[in-house]
Design a protein around this ligand. Sequence first.
Ligand SMILES: Cc1ncc(COP(=O)(O)O)c(C=O)c1O
Length: 346
Amino acid sequence: MRHKIMDFRSDTVTRPSEEMRRVIASAEVGDDIYGDDPSSNELCEYAAEMTGKEAAIYACSGTMGNLLAFATAGRHGESVLAGRRSHVWCSEVGGLSAIAGLCPYPLNDDGGIPAPEELSAASRADGDIHHAQTTMLALENTHNYAGGIAVPPDKFAATAREGRRLGFHVHLDGARIFNAAVRHGVPVGVYAEEVDSLQFCLSKGLGAPLGSMLCGTREFIEEARRWRKRLGGAQRQLGIAAAAGLYALKNNVARLAEDHENAALLARLLKAGGVEVEEVENMTNMLFFPLKEGQISDAEFEAKCLEKGLLVHTISPRRIRLVTHLDVEREDVVSAAQIILEVLSA
Ligand SMILES: Cc1ncc(COP(=O)(O)O)c(C=O)c1O
């Protein structure tokens, strides 16, 4: 067994740096439910300013940030249009239905975002007594399961604007919106201004240990605050977590470009070794490849990589995802590629 375990499962696996731990240890705190936690308040103001929204609220996780948006903007018995490969549809335990009471209608998001023309065709905002009236559109950027695609600003705007034209509340699951912004060299506000609410994660590429921000109008965020309390997600000395989030936003955004370069290098090395890495436009910090018919099983592949010091994740049967992040160095990328090629050729 190698000394160091290289973890390519996700960008959620990063550990707080020494500096971030110092910031956490010295964070000023209060009681956030009384509204007097200074670090939490500062983080919310900073997130709102960065995204160009009136207000922001801290959520325990990306899933909770999205759920707060669905519960706040939608009403039981209405419907939401969401990509069929979106995280909110595939991986949030049906919370948008189970808790927010929304019926999801799927859109084709294989290319990272549904085409604008798809929206009116899928919409049930037609007054028909049989239909769950559509009031929301949920987008995702970067798009995880479609390949970590950073949807470009113009393409994103076209679909978001069509959603707004149709009268929907447009929500962005921007768990990795900073990866998209860095990939396209634009401020995050370029995406944020096209939507009514957005959620972004502090605990993915930005390297904070936990938390997400939901941003929107002041009125929307006040209602989201009620939902957060109802769901048990309001917390007390939140500054401990908020200080880490603030540090992440101030220090770890621009460096996401390094993760993108590392992922591109990994893709090149694997392809050179014969691996059929999925080709996506505007790739960011992740890549995907299939385990072919007759090749090693998913479990064996994971186990053999781990024996050699590499953690990988089978995202769905026969499909491997590798993610670069703050705790992955360029030399880890080279070693990871070597290990994968060895395991596949054994
Ligand atoms: C695109 C996307 N949205 C939302 C989430 C949910 O975030 P969390 O795991 O913090 O609930 C994830 C997590 O991987 C994600 O990839």
